[in-house]
Design a protein around this ligand. Structure first.
Ligand SMILES: NC(=O)c1ccc[n+]([C@@H]2O[C@H](COP(=O)([O-])OP(=O)(O)OC[C@H]3O[C@@H](n4cnc5c(N)ncnc54)[C@H](OP(=O)(O)O)[C@@H]3O)[C@@H](O)[C@H]2O)c1
Length: 237
């Protein structure tokens, strides 16, 4: 399949998990892919060797670094923002600096990356942000700040879709439920509790999310914008 031949893509947060699956998928389908990482140098280098993509160390918590990375990788046909961190626990006890950093990575990076990409993105460009089912539903205690960051993606997509629609650029949010990654392993202590909220009671695989991202990033999805795409086994139902 070559849906992305001659397309230039950047995946922010591509060294592991969902982002790495997106890097693989876009590269397999012909895109010229750059991806960023922060801490996982070995995983990033291995993925670059495997896929032919270019790995760039760039901390998504650093606004200037995000903007510079997007500028250097552009002009982009496809921007996918998957970098994310999860800080959960008692809101009265959590370290405020950790919450600020989560907001930097989960909210400010997607916003500034999307705006910077839009400066030079051609007609038909695609912006896809990985939100979360927790943007719609937070069925347990301790997730207020994380949910805040993922609900923020919804407003951002709606607004940017209006800004960029006249140029034929789409902006969508993919909202996974539990997906088997380092962030949320299928054999983790919270797995059974999460499955109890779901119609399909299992973790998803990163590849399943990458399929949806690739469709949203493809030419076929040109009339799809400001969408919130649940891929969550019915978690939010
Ligand atoms: N897994 C789930 O159940 C689930 C469910 C809903 C939504 N999500 C969302 O999906 C996205 C991907 O999650 P995941 O499960 O794939 O997580 P993961 O396995 O923990 O991987 C996180 C990725 O984000 C990158 N990243 C984190 N902080 C970064 C930073 N400051 N700068 C650059 N890259 C950074 C990591 O790179 P380094 O290791 O190189 O730092 C890694 O590639 C996140 O936005 C997450 O909130 C996940």
């Amino acid at each position: 399949m070559t849906r992305f031949t001659n397309k230039k893509a950047l995946v922010i947060g591509g060294s592991r998990g969902i982002g790495a699956a997106v890097v693989r998928r876009l590269a397999e389908e012909g895109a010229s892919v750059t991806f960023t990482y922060a801490g996982s140098k070995d995983a990033a280098e291995a993925l670059a060797t495997e896929t032919g993509a270019t790995a760039v160390r760039s901390d998504a918590a650093d606004r200037d670094a995000v903007i510079a990375t997007v500028r250097e990788a552009g002009p982009l046909d496809v921007l996918v923002v998957s970098a994310g961190v999860l800080v959960i626990g008692d809101a009265l006890e959590l370290d405020p600096d950790a919450i600020d950093r989560m907001i930097d990575v989960n909210v400010r990076a997607p916003y500034f990356a999307s705006v910077e990409a839009a400066r030079t993105m051609p007609e038909g460009g695609r912006i896809v942000v990985i939100g979360s089912t927790n943007g719609d539903r937070m069925p347990f205690a301790g997730g207020a700040a994380y949910a805040l960051t993922k609900s923020a993606m919804q407003g951002m997509a709606r607004g940017l879709a209006r800004d960029l629609g006249p140029r034929g650029i789409t902006v969508n949010v993919v909202q996974p439920g539990p997906v088997d990654t380092d962030m949320n392993p299928a054999n983790g202590p919270m797995a059974d509790g999460m499955h109890s909220f779901m119609a399909i009671a299992r973790h998803g695989q990163p590849d399943e999310v990458a399929s949806l991202v690739a469709w949203l990033a493809s030419a076929e999805a040109g009339f799809v914008t400001a969408g919130l795409y649940a891929i969550d086994g019915g978690f939010a139902a």
